[in-house]
Design a binder for this molecule. Structure first.
Ligand code: HEC
Length: 161
């Protein structure tokens, strides 16, 4: 009987030890994954903004040329980049100001749906003013956005026949 208990005890101890080893293995794996995750590439705030800058510019030429489908596409690209900033740049305190841009974006979307170019132009000005208002709020007042005067790319047609 005593030896049976002894064997059982040894077995239990062995099982416990095995479990601890498994836990340690798992922790090591988690730690190395965390390390990989920390050093993996993610675009920064400024990179998203540079992409927004291009879509803001294309949006203008799409709108004034009444290419409403392209205008709708460009406004959605801006919205996507803003969503990405909120998702990937959580370490940046500036994101708390980002929602000020929602209303001007929605107003432009409405103008695009209505294919109303006067509304489009007026709301585009309001959008640009809001870009700058956020830059002022976030100490980037030196970064001034304006209505573009020439199309950004010569290899894209904005006015459809
Ligand atoms: C959160 C408020 C906010 C809003 C809204 C915003 N920006 Fe920015 N923007 C910033 C911040 C902060 C930076 C600096 C990013 C960095 O640290 O690189 C910036 C940088 C930029 C840059 C500089 C990128 C470069 O490298 O030259 C451009 C261009 C830009 N924004 C365009 C726009 C446009 C166009 C809009 C409107 C459609 C807009 N931004 C709306 C906060 C904002």
């Amino acid at each position: 009987m005593k030896s049976a208990i002894f064997i059982l005890l040894i077995f239990t101890l062995f099982a416990c030890n095995q479990q601890t080893n498994n836990k340690q293995d798992l922790q090591t794996k988690i730690d190395s994954l965390q390390l990989k995750l920390n050093s993996s590439y993610k675009p920064g705030f400024g990179e998203f903004m540079s992409s927004i800058q291009i879509h803001h510019e294309k949006l203008w030429f799409a709108g004034i040329n009444k290419n409403w489908k392209l205008a709708d596409f460009e406004i959605n690209e801006i919205k996507e980049s803003l969503d990405d900033i909120k998702k990937f740049c959580t370490d940046r305190p500036e994101i708390k100001f980002i929602d000020m841009i929602n209303e001007p974006l929605e107003n432009i979307s409405n103008a695009i749906q209505k294919k109303n170019d006067t509304d489009f132009k007026n709301n585009y000005t309001l959008l640009t003013t809001t870009c700058n208002r956020c830059h002022q709020q976030t100490q980037h007042e030196f970064n001034v956005i304006t209505t573009p005067t020439t199309p950004p790319f010569s290899n894209q047609v904005f006015k459809l026949k």
